[in-house]
Design a protein around this ligand. Sequence first.
Ligand SMILES: [Zn+2]
Ligand SMILES: [Zn+2]
Length: 252
Amino acid sequence: MKAWILGGGVSLLKGGVEAGLGLLFPEVCQICRAQLAKAGDGFVCAACWQRFRFVRDPFCDCCGLPFEGEVTSTFRCGNCKGRRFAFRAARAAVVANEFSLEIIHRYKYSGEVWFEGLLSNLLWDQLGVLGLRWGWDLVVPVPLFATKQREREFNQAERIGKTIADRLEVPLAVDLVKRVVPTGSQTMLSRAERLDNVRGAFVAGRRTNLRGKCVMVVDDVFTTGATSNACAQVLRRMSAGEIWVCTVVRGL
Ligand SMILES: [Zn+2]
Ligand SMILES: [Zn+2]
C-alpha cells in the first residue's frame, strides 16, 4: 500500500488519513505555509482563502458560467445557445484560477489528500447557497478509466461525491456508469475535439431504470461540459428524470 507523504515529512497510510489528519498534520496553511490554518479551514488560511473566486449570480442557467454585469432574467450563455446537453444544468462552487487549479492539481496528482475536505466543503457550501441540498435520489461520480484510477489510487470525483452523498443522505452510485475509453487529458483540446474525444467513453455499468430519479453527477472540474455530458447521456438512457452536474471548479 502506498503511503501518503505529508508536507511536514509525516506519512500516513491511506485508510487512516481522515482519523489522523488533525492530530498529525501541522496546522499551517498549505498554500503560503506562513499562517495558521486548521483542518476545519481546509488547511488554507484566511488570507489565502480570499483568492477563491466564488460563483455567484448571475450565471448561465444551463452551464453555470458566471457572467459579469447585471442580468435580471434567466439567461443562457453564448456557448449553450442552440446546444442540447443530456443534463438539465451544471453548477460549480468556484471559478478556475491559478489558485483553485493549483489545489485541484496538488490533490489529484501529488496525493495532497488534506485538500479533500476543503474541496468537498466548497461544493457543499455552494449547494447550500444555490438551494440544492434537497430533492436528490443519488449521486454519481464521473468515473475514471480503470487503469488511471489504479495509477492514482483514487478517483477525486468519487471521494468528493462520497462526502456530498453522505451529507445529502442518498446513495453514491459508483457502478452505474463505467468509463471504457481512456480519454487522456483534455486540457489542450478545443471544444469540438473534446466532444469527439469523449464520444463512446462511458457505458452503463449495470441495467437500471432511473425513471423519475433526480441524479447529481459530481466531478472536480467542469470546462466545456463534454465529459460530464457524455456521462449524463448514459444516465439519460436509463431514463433518469433530472440530471444536474455539480463540480468544485468551473473552468473558463
Ligand atoms: Zn495562507
Ligand atoms: Zn452556458
